[in-house]
Design a protein around this ligand. Structure first.
Ligand code: H79
Length: 447
């Protein structure tokens, strides 16, 4: 080989090694195919579980304010002290089949569980870390067990994997209360560590539905690293879905990236955007009380009615709801969460076709509730049942042909036109106090 050819090849090799991995090119159709299950699902379960469920909001006999999973930060606990929780994590009542049953019976189609939260503890048998579930007295790979049960039940398994890591010796910045001098850090080694974990998670627990990143806001995480991580996980599993927190494009809790940022969908946290996020995929993550990770003192539960309407609100704006549970250190989903999920499940049994596979409807937010749509069918979610037994619908794009309650599908409801509006005669008593759904078929719109 001539020296010049050698140099040329060398240059190409070096440049290829330096260039950040590019996200795979994808046509709109390919993207639609990849996002299809996510758009149809509309409802998933978030699970925050880790060492923090042991202190459960209390440290050394003192109540610690804030989110349960942030206790290490809130109580300024040094790594060496927090690590001792490993010996106390023994969730003997953990039952993966039961968790999956609870999610499925609620009508949830996917589960996103914390493979690693900000505290750095790995809830799986991490091959590159001793700070994991196998170091606890429990010594069972709970994510393996969940993966098997999800597969059995047809639930998509997804992992929340925190970029921020308060434990790893190579993560930067260190927490100010525990600088750990004498332990030199190299951030690129931390990135390699995290990538290796993701490789293991996709290979041994996958195929996965979503990788859900978080903790990307610290200064050490850059747009370049975000783009590279996105491309990396897509190379591990080309059809995987990745949330927007892989990169730096998020504005506050809400929002979706400008197009130059990596990530497949927006992640509003603890809010449902007033008008949805038009033009992008999104998923609101919400707690049932005020914490993600279990806190024994948090009894501020939202009602089942509020949660059902929250799910409908998301669907009516074209988004998903990722509803959180924070299991206890014994391995149980708290009873108030189980009760609420059962209530949602009972509503879904009757009304699920008005949620799955629907999109935002052009009716928007009518005075009496919300609306979703699928094909020529429009679903009227009536939160406030009309006392005069007349439901008024404005803004239909075509004449309605029929209207029936999903709770009583055999009976056609009488309809009548009133100027540009339509009036539906409804029974005096709402079939469901929370949300009675009327399915209305419209005449196909000609071109
Ligand atoms: O995983 C859950 C949260 O732990 C995580 N995202 C969801 C899905 C999250 N990261 N940051 N935040 C939530 C908001 C952070 C708020 C904070 Fe604080 C304000 C951190 C420190 C001050 C809240 C209040 C936590 C401690 C006090």
């Amino acid at each position: 080989m001539s020296p010049r050819a050698f140099l040329a090849i060398l240059t190409v090799v070096i440049l290829a090694g330096m260039a950040p991995a590019q996200p795979p090119r994808e046509t709109a159709e390919q993207r639609d195919r990849r996002m299809k299950w996510f758009r149809e699902a509309r409802f998933g379960m978030f699970i925050h579980w880790g060492l923090y469920s042991v202190p459960a909001g209390e440290w050394k006999g003192q109540r610690v304010g804030g989110l349960g999973e942030w206790i290490m930060h809130q109580a300024r606990i040094p790594v060496a002290e927090y690590e001792t929780l490993v010996h106390q994590f023994n969730p003997v009542r953990f039952d993966a089949r039961e968790w999956v049953r609870i999610a499925k019976d609620a009508g949830m189609k996917y589960i996103v569980i914390t493979s690693k939260h900000h505290d750095g503890f790995c809830l799986f048998d991490a091959k590159n870390s001793a700070y994991d579930i196998m170091a606890t007295p429990f010594r069972r790979d709970v994510l393996k067990e969940l993966a098997a049960e999800c597969k059995r039940a047809g639930i998509k398994l997804c992992f929340y994997h925190s970029i921020m890591d308060w434990h790893h010796p190579d993560y930067l910045p260190r927490r100010p209360w525990d600088p750990r001098p004498g332990v030199p850090a190299q951030f690129d080694r931390y990135v390699a560590y995290m990538k290796e974990q993701l490789r293991q998670l996709v290979r041994d627990y996958g195929p996965l539905g979503i990788l859900w990143f978080d903790g990307e806001w610290e200064g050490t995480w850059t747009h370049e690293l975000g783009k590279d991580l996105y491309a990396y996980v897509r190379s591990l599993q080309p059809d995987i879905i990745v949330n927007n927190r892989v990169d730096k494009g998020r504005r506050g809790m809400q929002g979706m990236n400008a197009p130059e940022f990596a990530g497949d969908y927006g992640t509003p946290e603890q809010e449902v955007p007033a008008e949805g996020l038009p033009g992008v995929d999104w998923e609101s993550c919400m707690t049932m009380n005020d914490t993600w990770g279990f806190r024994k003192d948090d009894h501020n539960w939202k009602s089942s009615a509020d949660l059902i309407r929250m799910l409908v609100d998301c669907a009516s704006k074209g988004g998903n709801l990722l509803l959180n549970v924070g299991p206890t250190a014994e391995g149980l989903i708290p009873a108030p969460s189980v009760e609420r999920l059962a209530d949602i499940g009972r509503w879904m049994q009757v009304n699920k076709e008005s949620i799955y596979g629907t999109t935002a409807s052009r009716i928007g937010k009518p005075a009496w509730g919300r609306s979703t749509t699928k094909g020529n069918r429009i679903y009227l979610h009536v939160f406030d049942w009309p006392k005069d037994r007349v439901l008024r619908i404005e803004g239909l794009k075509a004449a309605p042909r029929s209207a029936r309650l999903l709770a009583a599908p055999r009976a056609k409801l009488p309809m009548q036109q009133d100027g540009s509006a339509w009036l539906i005669a409804v029974p005096s008593v709402a079939p469901d106090q929370v949300d009675s759904v009327i399915a209305m078929d419209l005449a196909p719109v000609g071109r």
